[in-house]
Design a protein around this ligand. Structure first.
Ligand code: SF4
Ligand code: SF4
Length: 373
Protein backbone atom coordinates (compact mmCIF):
# COMPACT_ATOMS: atom_id res chain seq x y z
CA UNK A 1 0.00 0.00 0.00
CA UNK A 2 1.00 3.65 -0.40
CA UNK A 3 0.83 6.21 2.35
CA UNK A 4 1.21 9.95 2.52
CA UNK A 5 2.89 10.79 5.81
CA UNK A 6 1.79 14.33 6.55
CA UNK A 7 4.60 15.69 8.71
CA UNK A 8 3.21 19.19 9.16
CA UNK A 9 0.39 21.30 7.80
CA UNK A 10 2.59 24.42 7.94
CA UNK A 11 4.24 25.83 4.84
CA UNK A 12 7.04 28.31 4.15
CA UNK A 13 5.43 29.65 0.95
CA UNK A 14 2.12 31.38 0.26
CA UNK A 15 1.20 30.21 -3.22
CA UNK A 16 -1.79 31.86 -4.83
CA UNK A 17 -3.67 28.62 -5.56
CA UNK A 18 -3.13 27.11 -2.11
CA UNK A 19 -2.71 29.78 0.57
CA UNK A 20 -4.75 32.29 -1.44
CA UNK A 21 -7.63 29.87 -1.82
CA UNK A 22 -7.53 28.84 1.83
CA UNK A 23 -8.01 32.49 2.79
CA UNK A 24 -10.73 33.06 0.22
CA UNK A 25 -12.64 29.97 1.36
CA UNK A 26 -12.08 30.38 5.06
CA UNK A 27 -15.81 30.39 5.85
CA UNK A 28 -16.92 27.98 3.09
CA UNK A 29 -18.16 24.49 3.78
CA UNK A 30 -16.62 21.40 2.22
CA UNK A 31 -19.60 20.19 0.25
CA UNK A 32 -21.59 19.83 3.48
CA UNK A 33 -19.08 17.45 5.10
CA UNK A 34 -18.05 17.98 8.68
CA UNK A 35 -14.40 18.94 9.04
CA UNK A 36 -12.30 18.50 12.15
CA UNK A 37 -10.30 21.71 12.54
CA UNK A 38 -8.59 20.53 15.72
CA UNK A 39 -6.05 18.28 13.97
CA UNK A 40 -2.55 19.13 15.22
CA UNK A 41 -0.44 21.14 12.83
CA UNK A 42 2.60 18.94 13.48
CA UNK A 43 2.99 15.18 13.47
CA UNK A 44 1.77 14.17 16.93
CA UNK A 45 1.94 10.38 17.09
CA UNK A 46 4.96 8.33 18.13
CA UNK A 47 7.32 6.89 15.54
CA UNK A 48 6.83 3.53 17.30
CA UNK A 49 3.12 3.69 16.41
CA UNK A 50 4.00 4.21 12.76
CA UNK A 51 6.59 1.46 12.93
CA UNK A 52 4.11 -1.01 14.42
CA UNK A 53 1.47 -0.13 11.83
CA UNK A 54 3.81 -0.44 8.86
CA UNK A 55 5.45 -3.62 10.13
CA UNK A 56 2.26 -5.33 8.94
CA UNK A 57 2.64 -3.99 5.40
CA UNK A 58 5.74 -5.40 3.67
CA UNK A 59 4.94 -3.44 0.53
CA UNK A 60 4.66 0.09 1.91
CA UNK A 61 5.61 3.19 -0.05
CA UNK A 62 5.84 6.34 2.07
CA UNK A 63 5.39 9.79 0.57
CA UNK A 64 6.53 12.61 2.86
CA UNK A 65 4.00 15.38 2.53
CA UNK A 66 2.88 18.63 4.13
CA UNK A 67 2.29 21.64 4.25
CA UNK A 68 5.97 21.60 3.47
CA UNK A 69 7.43 18.32 4.75
CA UNK A 70 11.02 19.61 4.86
CA UNK A 71 9.99 21.94 7.69
CA UNK A 72 10.13 18.69 9.67
CA UNK A 73 13.37 17.28 8.30
CA UNK A 74 14.04 15.95 11.79
CA UNK A 75 10.96 13.70 11.74
CA UNK A 76 11.50 12.70 8.15
CA UNK A 77 15.03 11.51 8.92
CA UNK A 78 13.88 9.67 12.04
CA UNK A 79 11.24 7.85 10.00
CA UNK A 80 13.80 6.95 7.33
CA UNK A 81 16.14 5.70 10.08
CA UNK A 82 13.57 3.70 11.99
CA UNK A 83 10.64 2.74 9.80
CA UNK A 84 11.07 0.10 7.12
CA UNK A 85 9.44 0.87 3.78
CA UNK A 86 9.89 -0.40 0.26
CA UNK A 87 10.21 3.12 -1.15
CA UNK A 88 10.41 6.64 0.20
CA UNK A 89 9.14 9.54 -1.90
CA UNK A 90 9.20 13.24 -1.13
CA UNK A 91 6.76 15.85 -2.37
CA UNK A 92 8.18 19.29 -1.66
CA UNK A 93 8.22 22.92 -2.72
CA UNK A 94 12.01 22.53 -3.01
CA UNK A 95 13.01 25.58 -0.95
CA UNK A 96 14.73 23.58 1.80
CA UNK A 97 16.04 20.70 -0.29
CA UNK A 98 19.64 21.84 0.25
CA UNK A 99 19.23 21.07 3.95
CA UNK A 100 18.56 17.39 3.34
CA UNK A 101 21.88 15.57 3.54
CA UNK A 102 22.74 13.24 0.63
CA UNK A 103 22.69 10.34 3.07
CA UNK A 104 18.89 10.74 3.14
CA UNK A 105 18.17 12.45 -0.16
CA UNK A 106 19.92 9.73 -2.14
CA UNK A 107 17.76 7.05 -0.55
CA UNK A 108 14.59 8.64 -1.93
CA UNK A 109 13.10 6.83 -4.90
CA UNK A 110 11.39 9.92 -6.36
CA UNK A 111 11.23 13.61 -5.53
CA UNK A 112 8.32 15.71 -6.74
CA UNK A 113 9.15 19.40 -6.77
CA UNK A 114 6.53 22.10 -7.26
CA UNK A 115 7.41 24.50 -10.06
CA UNK A 116 5.13 26.07 -12.66
CA UNK A 117 7.57 26.77 -15.48
CA UNK A 118 9.96 29.67 -16.05
CA UNK A 119 11.03 32.22 -13.45
CA UNK A 120 8.31 34.74 -14.18
CA UNK A 121 5.50 32.19 -14.12
CA UNK A 122 6.71 30.30 -11.06
CA UNK A 123 7.41 33.42 -9.03
CA UNK A 124 4.06 34.95 -9.95
CA UNK A 125 2.26 31.96 -8.42
CA UNK A 126 4.68 30.92 -5.71
CA UNK A 127 6.49 34.09 -4.60
CA UNK A 128 9.57 36.05 -5.66
CA UNK A 129 12.83 34.12 -5.68
CA UNK A 130 11.13 30.71 -5.61
CA UNK A 131 12.20 29.62 -9.11
CA UNK A 132 15.91 30.39 -8.59
CA UNK A 133 16.05 28.66 -5.22
CA UNK A 134 14.22 25.57 -6.43
CA UNK A 135 16.33 25.17 -9.57
CA UNK A 136 19.55 25.72 -7.59
CA UNK A 137 18.49 23.10 -5.06
CA UNK A 138 17.54 20.48 -7.63
CA UNK A 139 20.87 20.98 -9.40
CA UNK A 140 22.64 20.61 -6.06
CA UNK A 141 20.71 17.42 -5.40
CA UNK A 142 22.01 16.02 -8.69
CA UNK A 143 25.59 17.11 -7.98
CA UNK A 144 25.36 15.37 -4.62
CA UNK A 145 24.53 12.12 -6.36
CA UNK A 146 20.75 11.79 -6.45
CA UNK A 147 19.98 9.32 -9.24
CA UNK A 148 16.21 8.93 -8.91
CA UNK A 149 13.36 10.60 -10.71
CA UNK A 150 12.80 14.32 -10.13
CA UNK A 151 9.34 15.26 -11.27
CA UNK A 152 8.44 18.89 -11.93
CA UNK A 153 4.96 19.22 -10.50
CA UNK A 154 3.05 22.08 -12.06
CA UNK A 155 -0.22 23.66 -11.09
CA UNK A 156 -2.04 24.94 -14.15
CA UNK A 157 -4.48 27.81 -14.13
CA UNK A 158 -5.11 30.95 -16.17
CA UNK A 159 -1.67 32.29 -15.12
CA UNK A 160 0.21 29.43 -16.74
CA UNK A 161 0.65 28.83 -20.47
CA UNK A 162 0.88 25.05 -20.21
CA UNK A 163 2.24 24.50 -23.70
CA UNK A 164 5.07 26.99 -23.33
CA UNK A 165 5.92 26.17 -19.75
CA UNK A 166 6.06 22.40 -20.21
CA UNK A 167 8.50 22.94 -23.09
CA UNK A 168 10.51 25.34 -20.95
CA UNK A 169 10.87 22.76 -18.20
CA UNK A 170 11.77 20.05 -20.69
CA UNK A 171 14.42 21.89 -22.64
CA UNK A 172 15.86 24.63 -20.47
CA UNK A 173 19.41 23.76 -19.49
CA UNK A 174 18.91 25.12 -15.97
CA UNK A 175 16.15 22.63 -15.27
CA UNK A 176 17.27 19.18 -14.23
CA UNK A 177 13.84 17.53 -14.22
CA UNK A 178 13.40 14.07 -15.68
CA UNK A 179 9.63 14.19 -15.88
CA UNK A 180 6.69 16.54 -15.67
CA UNK A 181 3.27 16.23 -14.16
CA UNK A 182 0.61 18.90 -13.92
CA UNK A 183 -2.66 19.28 -12.20
CA UNK A 184 -5.43 21.75 -12.93
CA UNK A 185 -6.21 24.30 -10.30
CA UNK A 186 -9.89 23.36 -10.41
CA UNK A 187 -12.56 22.16 -7.99
CA UNK A 188 -10.38 22.66 -4.91
CA UNK A 189 -12.04 25.82 -3.61
CA UNK A 190 -15.61 27.01 -3.71
CA UNK A 191 -15.54 30.74 -4.32
CA UNK A 192 -13.04 30.90 -7.14
CA UNK A 193 -15.49 29.40 -9.65
CA UNK A 194 -17.63 32.54 -9.80
CA UNK A 195 -14.59 34.80 -9.90
CA UNK A 196 -12.86 32.93 -12.74
CA UNK A 197 -14.03 32.22 -16.26
CA UNK A 198 -12.92 28.60 -16.33
CA UNK A 199 -15.22 27.73 -19.23
CA UNK A 200 -13.77 30.25 -21.62
CA UNK A 201 -10.18 29.63 -20.55
CA UNK A 202 -10.43 25.84 -20.75
CA UNK A 203 -12.17 25.89 -24.14
CA UNK A 204 -10.14 28.61 -25.81
CA UNK A 205 -6.73 28.22 -24.18
CA UNK A 206 -6.10 25.06 -22.15
CA UNK A 207 -7.75 22.41 -24.34
CA UNK A 208 -6.18 23.63 -27.62
CA UNK A 209 -2.80 23.83 -25.89
CA UNK A 210 -3.15 20.24 -24.70
CA UNK A 211 -3.96 19.14 -28.24
CA UNK A 212 -0.86 20.91 -29.53
CA UNK A 213 1.28 19.47 -26.74
CA UNK A 214 0.15 15.95 -27.64
CA UNK A 215 1.09 16.72 -31.27
CA UNK A 216 4.50 17.89 -30.14
CA UNK A 217 4.93 14.81 -27.89
CA UNK A 218 4.24 12.52 -30.85
CA UNK A 219 6.52 14.49 -33.23
CA UNK A 220 9.31 14.20 -30.67
CA UNK A 221 8.85 10.43 -30.65
CA UNK A 222 8.92 10.34 -34.45
CA UNK A 223 12.02 12.49 -34.69
CA UNK A 224 14.11 11.28 -31.75
CA UNK A 225 12.62 7.93 -30.74
CA UNK A 226 12.12 9.28 -27.24
CA UNK A 227 8.93 9.19 -25.19
CA UNK A 228 9.04 12.37 -23.14
CA UNK A 229 7.90 11.67 -19.63
CA UNK A 230 4.83 13.85 -19.45
CA UNK A 231 2.80 11.91 -16.91
CA UNK A 232 -0.70 12.82 -18.07
CA UNK A 233 0.18 11.60 -21.57
CA UNK A 234 2.30 8.57 -20.65
CA UNK A 235 -0.22 7.26 -18.13
CA UNK A 236 -3.28 7.52 -20.36
CA UNK A 237 -1.46 6.34 -23.51
CA UNK A 238 -0.21 3.27 -21.64
CA UNK A 239 -3.82 2.36 -20.81
CA UNK A 240 -4.95 2.97 -24.39
CA UNK A 241 -2.15 0.76 -25.75
CA UNK A 242 -2.73 -2.10 -23.32
CA UNK A 243 -6.52 -1.80 -23.14
CA UNK A 244 -6.37 -1.78 -19.35
CA UNK A 245 -9.12 -0.10 -17.41
CA UNK A 246 -8.25 1.88 -14.35
CA UNK A 247 -9.57 2.74 -10.95
CA UNK A 248 -8.94 6.24 -9.57
CA UNK A 249 -5.45 6.87 -10.89
CA UNK A 250 -4.09 8.76 -7.91
CA UNK A 251 -5.00 5.71 -5.82
CA UNK A 252 -6.68 7.77 -3.08
CA UNK A 253 -8.99 5.72 -0.91
CA UNK A 254 -8.24 2.31 -2.36
CA UNK A 255 -4.44 1.87 -2.59
CA UNK A 256 -3.18 5.23 -1.30
CA UNK A 257 -3.98 6.62 2.13
CA UNK A 258 -2.97 9.67 4.09
CA UNK A 259 -1.73 9.38 7.64
CA UNK A 260 -2.77 12.74 9.02
CA UNK A 261 -0.81 14.34 11.85
CA UNK A 262 -2.88 12.66 14.60
CA UNK A 263 -2.46 9.18 13.09
CA UNK A 264 -5.94 8.93 11.56
CA UNK A 265 -6.21 7.63 7.99
CA UNK A 266 -7.94 9.54 5.20
CA UNK A 267 -7.93 8.90 1.42
CA UNK A 268 -5.51 11.76 0.70
CA UNK A 269 -4.02 14.84 2.37
CA UNK A 270 -6.60 17.14 0.80
CA UNK A 271 -9.28 15.15 2.65
CA UNK A 272 -7.57 15.46 6.05
CA UNK A 273 -10.09 16.31 8.74
CA UNK A 274 -13.13 15.17 6.72
CA UNK A 275 -14.67 12.96 9.38
CA UNK A 276 -16.91 11.00 7.00
CA UNK A 277 -13.74 9.83 5.29
CA UNK A 278 -11.83 8.66 8.34
CA UNK A 279 -10.86 5.16 7.25
CA UNK A 280 -9.10 3.94 10.38
CA UNK A 281 -5.97 4.91 12.28
CA UNK A 282 -2.43 3.67 12.67
CA UNK A 283 -3.02 2.63 16.29
CA UNK A 284 -5.75 0.07 15.82
CA UNK A 285 -6.27 -0.61 12.09
CA UNK A 286 -4.48 -3.34 10.16
CA UNK A 287 -3.18 -2.00 6.81
CA UNK A 288 -5.16 -4.71 4.99
CA UNK A 289 -8.33 -3.74 6.82
CA UNK A 290 -8.35 -0.01 6.08
CA UNK A 291 -11.84 0.92 4.93
CA UNK A 292 -11.82 1.56 1.18
CA UNK A 293 -13.70 4.34 -0.52
CA UNK A 294 -14.31 4.83 -4.25
CA UNK A 295 -15.64 7.55 -6.53
CA UNK A 296 -19.35 7.36 -7.25
CA UNK A 297 -21.78 9.10 -9.60
CA UNK A 298 -21.39 10.70 -12.10
CA UNK A 299 -18.01 8.98 -12.70
CA UNK A 300 -19.31 5.44 -12.37
CA UNK A 301 -21.84 6.08 -15.17
CA UNK A 302 -19.42 7.99 -17.39
CA UNK A 303 -18.24 6.61 -20.75
CA UNK A 304 -14.71 7.76 -19.92
CA UNK A 305 -14.56 6.07 -16.51
CA UNK A 306 -12.37 3.13 -17.57
CA UNK A 307 -9.67 5.52 -18.81
CA UNK A 308 -10.22 8.48 -16.52
CA UNK A 309 -10.73 6.51 -13.32
CA UNK A 310 -12.77 9.31 -11.81
CA UNK A 311 -10.06 12.01 -11.80
CA UNK A 312 -10.31 13.10 -8.13
CA UNK A 313 -12.16 11.59 -5.17
CA UNK A 314 -12.21 14.89 -3.30
CA UNK A 315 -13.81 16.67 -6.27
CA UNK A 316 -16.21 13.76 -6.80
CA UNK A 317 -17.57 13.92 -3.26
CA UNK A 318 -17.49 17.68 -2.61
CA UNK A 319 -18.43 19.09 -6.05
CA UNK A 320 -17.40 22.52 -4.84
CA UNK A 321 -18.14 24.09 -8.24
CA UNK A 322 -21.57 22.45 -8.51
CA UNK A 323 -22.67 20.15 -11.34
CA UNK A 324 -21.91 22.73 -14.00
CA UNK A 325 -18.36 23.36 -12.84
CA UNK A 326 -17.71 19.64 -12.40
CA UNK A 327 -18.79 18.97 -15.99
CA UNK A 328 -16.56 21.75 -17.30
CA UNK A 329 -13.54 20.04 -15.78
CA UNK A 330 -14.70 16.71 -17.27
CA UNK A 331 -14.56 18.40 -20.68
CA UNK A 332 -10.81 18.84 -20.17
CA UNK A 333 -10.52 15.12 -19.38
CA UNK A 334 -12.52 14.29 -22.49
CA UNK A 335 -10.23 16.50 -24.58
CA UNK A 336 -7.10 14.83 -23.16
CA UNK A 337 -8.38 11.30 -23.63
CA UNK A 338 -9.81 11.80 -27.14
CA UNK A 339 -6.66 13.58 -28.31
CA UNK A 340 -4.51 10.72 -27.03
CA UNK A 341 -6.85 8.13 -28.55
CA UNK A 342 -6.56 9.87 -31.91
CA UNK A 343 -2.77 9.82 -31.58
CA UNK A 344 -2.60 6.14 -30.58
CA UNK A 345 -2.34 4.73 -34.17
CA UNK A 346 0.80 6.81 -34.71
CA UNK A 347 2.26 5.46 -31.48
CA UNK A 348 1.42 1.89 -32.46
CA UNK A 349 3.13 2.46 -35.82
CA UNK A 350 6.25 3.81 -34.09
CA UNK A 351 6.28 0.74 -31.85
CA UNK A 352 5.88 -1.57 -34.87
CA UNK A 353 8.80 0.21 -36.56
CA UNK A 354 10.90 -0.18 -33.43
CA UNK A 355 11.32 3.57 -32.95
CA UNK A 356 9.84 3.41 -29.45
CA UNK A 357 8.75 0.44 -27.39
CA UNK A 358 5.84 -0.50 -25.13
CA UNK A 359 8.19 -0.37 -22.15
CA UNK A 360 8.80 3.35 -22.79
CA UNK A 361 5.27 3.88 -21.50
CA UNK A 362 5.87 2.07 -18.21
CA UNK A 363 5.89 4.22 -15.13
CA UNK A 364 5.80 3.64 -11.39
CA UNK A 365 2.12 3.76 -10.55
CA UNK A 366 0.92 5.62 -7.46
CA UNK A 367 4.01 7.79 -7.11
CA UNK A 368 1.91 10.82 -6.23
CA UNK A 369 1.20 11.78 -9.85
CA UNK A 370 -2.56 11.81 -10.33
CA UNK A 371 -2.15 11.24 -14.10
CA UNK A 372 -5.45 12.94 -14.97
CA UNK A 373 -4.74 16.65 -14.41
S1 SF4 B 1 -14.62 12.46 -17.11
FE1 SF4 B 1 -15.57 13.37 -15.28
S2 SF4 B 1 -17.40 12.15 -14.88
FE2 SF4 B 1 -16.12 11.01 -16.33
S3 SF4 B 1 -14.96 9.61 -15.00
FE3 SF4 B 1 -13.71 11.46 -15.34
S4 SF4 B 1 -14.15 12.84 -13.64
FE4 SF4 B 1 -15.74 11.28 -13.67
S1 SF4 C 1 -6.57 13.73 -7.25
FE1 SF4 C 1 -8.01 14.32 -5.62
S2 SF4 C 1 -8.35 12.46 -4.43
FE2 SF4 C 1 -6.51 12.14 -5.66
S3 SF4 C 1 -4.80 12.75 -4.33
FE3 SF4 C 1 -5.38 14.56 -5.54
S4 SF4 C 1 -6.86 15.66 -4.27
FE4 SF4 C 1 -6.71 13.59 -3.44
Amino acid sequence: MHYYVTLTTKCNLKCVYCYGKAIEDIDSDFGGYEVDYSIPSEIAYGIDDLKRFLSRDPDATLVFYGGEPLLRIDKMKTIMDEVQAKRYILQTNGILLDRLEPKYANRLHTILVSIDGDEETTDRNRGRGTYRKVVENVNLLRRRGFKGEVIARMTINENVDVERQVKWLLFNEDCPFTSIHWQLDALFGKKDFERRNFKEWSEKVYNPQIRRLVGFWISHMERYGEVLRLYPFVGVMKSILTGESTKLRCGAGWTFFNIQTDGKLTPCPVMAGMKDFYLGDIFSTEPQKIRKVYVSSPCTECDLYSLCGGRCLYANVTKLWGERGFKLVCKTVENLIYTLKEAAPKVRKLIAEGKVSYSDFNYPKYNSCEIIP
